[in-house]
Design a protein around this ligand. Sequence first.
Ligand code: ADP
Ligand code: MG
Length: 249
Amino acid sequence: MSKKKWQNYEIGQCIGRGLQSQVFRGYDIANKREVAIKKRVNIKGAEKEVDIMRNYGQHPALPKLYDYFTFKHRAYIIMEYIDGEPLGRGRKVKKKNEKDALEITVNVLRALGHLHKHNILHGDTLPKNVMTLKGQQNSIKIIDFGFSFKKGKAGVFKGKKWFGKVTGKPIELREQFLLLDDTTDIYVAAFLCVSLLNGHQPQWDEKDGRHIFNLENSRLQAIMEKAMSKEKAFRYSTTEAFIYALEQS
Ligand SMILES: Nc1ncnc2c1ncn2[C@@H]1O[C@H](COP(=O)(O)OP(=O)(O)O)[C@@H](O)[C@H]1O
Ligand SMILES: [Mg+2]
C-alpha cells in the first residue's frame, strides 16, 4: 500500500529543515499538482501532526492535507505546497512596519481562531512557522503542527511536558505539567507581532518568568503586555478580543 503511494510522487529539492523533519518540494503525479512533502523519522509524532491537520479541515491560512503514509520506516505528510517564505529562520526575524506587522498578526489570529473552534491549540506560531505568500502582501499560512495540542474538557489541554527547550513561549509551556488554553496561542501570536515590529525576538527574563520588550508605540506596548501577561486570566480571552484591540489601536 505505502509503496504504491510512494510511487505517486516525484520528490524534488529540500525546501526546509526543521528540528524534526525535512521538507521537500514534490509533484503528485496522479492529481497533477505541486505538493510539499514533510518527512519525519518519528512516526508517532507524524501521526499526531496529521491527526491535527485532518481535524482542522480547510482554512485559507492553513495548508491543506492531501495524503499521509509511511515508507521504509519514515513518515511522509503530503500537503499543499506554499509558494512563500517563513517570517523568520532560527532567531532571525524580518522587521516589518507597523501596518504590515499588525495585518500579519490579525491574519495569524484569524487562523488561530479557526483552530480554536476545532479544539486545537497550535502552540508554536513563531516567525519560522508562519509563511508569507509570494506576491500577496501580508497573506499568511501557519505551518507546522508538530507541536499542536487537542483541547480537552473546558477547552484546556492538560499533560506532561515531553519536549525540551522552548523559545517564544509563555510560562505555562515551560513547566513540567502543562495547562494550556486559547490564551497560550494568544501569547505566542503577540510574541510574533513584537518580533516583527522590532526585527528580533523578545528576551525571556528567567527571574520574572516573562518576556521583556520595548515598542515605540506605547498603545501597542500596552496591548502586547496584556496579551503576554504571565497570568492567563489577564490576557485577551479570545482571538476575536485581541483582534478588536488591535483594530482600535
Ligand atoms: N507546505 C509547505 N510548503 C512550503 N514550504 C514548507 C511547507 N511546510 C514546511 N515548509 C518549509 O519547511 C520548513 C520546516 O517545516 P516545519 O513544518 O516547520 O518542520 P519542523 O516541524 O521540523 O519545524 C519550514 O520552515 C518551511 O520553510
Ligand atoms: Mg517548524
